[in-house]
Write a protein that binds this ligand. Structure first.
Ligand code: HXC
Length: 512
């Protein structure tokens, strides 16, 4: 055989890359090996490895004794459901998956390749952060990754899968991703660990209590999806892929599995007649969109709004809905951030947006004002006003004040505004409005309670209903709720060819 010796050398080297003892160490920690993870997320036999022979150039401290081929990260490309992705998988069993100069170079190369070829980039993260022994070169490795991620932002989807620690500045690779998937029990993200926190603030906290999956999916909002184990987490990523395009030049996925079936028989039962009563917006989503296609994002964070992907007659859409059963569906700081982030992702990747509006407005109170509801709420306005994808707003019940402007006003740029006949559109609810505009009359009245009641009714009857807005051309259609699905399908189809150019500028100055 030609080149026998050389081929033998190659095979010997390759067979020494993986060490079953180290993989066993991972298993003992309740985690999979870096290569096992790749094989679980990619289509069978589709992985091609790059840079398998890269090693650290450093020998400082004890590094010369710890050098590994591949430098504790496996990188390459493969397929998910037949679509090419670039990915890296950090190997905690080797130097804690810590990121040194060459490890960083490998990841940067993957992100750059993903951007140039228009393919999504996936990071499987299990790392002790910057490799201490490589000093500033480790930090520069991160800098290079972050810069390439920012360049790829809005060009290709970037996904981080957390399956181990992500300590210190390492959190900013997931932080700069479009979606973060976390796995319960084994993944933690934190800027400074429990020991430093104890020294600096005296606080006692565990790794899990500081940056575990529950914390990031419910409190900080950093994690978009949480799964019980790694296999489920990888399946979740594959599911997400069925909703998102490869890159910003592709149209969103249209009519994948068309299902024009008429539904909506139960829709009238869902919304209570009493304006103040809550209901589950997800019940409306279930009635209107294709069966079992709603894929919720940020399901446990800021639950007063619901965002996620679904299919409507087979076409992928992004849904933003107020959740009336949680805080009446108000917009507050966290829900504003949640909406703005989702809207910008959908707009960057050409996914049409459908709003389901039922909200009394932005949440009042000193807490919200002090934390900056003005700048957070402004992000929602900015994101929608800037978005050029088809934007449809359906007003189900209340659309008051700033929340109407943000979620339903034609003049903010909605292409199609639809209302149910029970919709109420106004600067504020009738009860609050009467207290302001009839303040004097109520003070002077002999029977203020009666007068107040009459005026509230007067406003409700003649001022709030959707016909007032429809007369001004601000509402395109008032529809029987049972027709919602078919009207949305037709409206979406009519907007499918929408093209709107961007203003020439370096970039806007979003109120971040
Ligand atoms: C070098 C590291 C390392 C690191 C872990 N290891 N982190 N080596 N640099 N940052 C090595 C350990 O020495 C050990 O090597 C092996 O990885 C496994 O680590 P253990 O500590 O035994 O594992 P475990 O008990 O599971 O604890 C995991 C851990 C802990 C919680 C992540 O290792 C830890 O706290 N590491 C440091 C985290 C951190 O502070 N990172 C730097 C943050 S600053 P041996 O040879 O014994 O097996 C930062 C700045 C980046 O990241 C800025 C970018 C902008």
């Amino acid at each position: 055989m030609k080149f026998k010796k050389e081929i033998e050398k190659l095979n010997n080297t390759l067979s020494n890359i993986d060490d079953s003892n180290l993989i066993e160490k991972q298993h003992q920690k309740g985690k999979l090996g870096a290569r096992e993870r790749i094989s679980l997320i990619l289509d069978e036999n589709s992985f091609t490895e790059l840079d398998a022979f890269i090693e650290s150039r450093f020998s400082s401290l004890d590094l010369d004794k710890k050098r590994f081929l591949g430098d504790s990260v496996i990188t390459g490309f493969g397929k998910i459901n037949g679509r090419t992705v670039y990915l890296y998988s950090q190997d905690f069993s080797k130097m804690g998956g810590s990121l040194g100069e060459m490890h960083g170079k490998k990841i940067t190369k993957i992100i750059e390749l993903g951007r140039k070829t228009g393919c999504p980039v996936i990071g499987i993260i299990d790392s002790g952060g910057a490799r201490i022994q490589e000093g500033v070169s480790s930090l520069d490795g991160y800098a290079s990754i972050f810069r390439s991620m920012v360049k790829a932002s809005g060009v290709v989807p970037q996904i981080s899968i957390m399956v181990g620690p992500s300590a210190g500045g390492a959190c900013y690779a997931p932080g700069l991703s479009d979606f973060i998937f976390m796995t319960e029990g084994i993944s933690q993200m934190y800027i400074t660990g429990p020991e430093v926190i104890k020294r600096v603030t005296g606080e006692d906290v565990t790794f899990e209590g500081l940056g575990g999956a529950t914390v990031h999916s419910t409190k900080s909002g950093c994690a978009h999806f949480v799964y019980e184990n790694e296999q489920d987490c990888f399946n979740g990523v594959k599911n997400l892929f069925s909703y998102i395009p490869q890159n910003n030049t592709e149209d969103s996925i249209v009519n994948q599995e068309s299902s024009e079936e008429v539904k909506n028989d139960n829709i009238l039962e869902i919304i209570p007649e009493e304006q103040e009563k809550g209901y589950d917006i997800k019940a409306i989503i279930k009635e209107v969109f294709d069966d079992d296609t709603f894929f919720e994002v940020h399901a446990k964070f800021a639950i007063n709004v619901v965002v996620g992907f679904a299919r409507l007659n087979g076409s992928v859409v992004g849904i933003v809905g107020n959740q009336p059963k949680s805080m009446a569906g108000v917009l507050d700081i966290d829900s504003s951030d949640k909406i703005a982030r989702f809207v910008r992702f959908c707009d960057a990747f050409n996914i049409p947006l459908i709003n389901l509006v039922d909200t009394p407005g932005y949440l009042p109170g000193t807490n919200q004002e002090y934390q900056g509801i003005i700048r957070h709420g402004a992000k929602v306005l900015y994101a929608y006003a800037e978005a050029t994808v088809p934007k449809i707003s359906l007003i189900l019940r209340k659309a008051f004040g700033g929340a109407y402007i943000a979620l339903a006003s034609r003049d903010l740029g909605y292409d199609c505004v639809i209302a149910w006949p029970c919709a109420q559109i106004a600067v504020m609810g009738a009860e609050q409005a009467v207290k302001i505009i009839f303040k004097k009359q109520l003070l002077e009245s002999k029977n203020p309670a009666k007068l107040e009641k009459e005026k509230i009714q007067e406003i409700k009857d003649g001022f709030l209903d959707p016909f007032c807005a429809a007369k001004l051309g601000q509402i395109d259609m008032i529809i029987d709720p049972r027709e919602t699905r078919s009207v949305l399908i037709r409206s979406l189809e009519s907007l499918a060819t929408k093209r709107e150019g961007l203003i020439t500028r370096k970039h806007g100055s979003m109120p971040l």
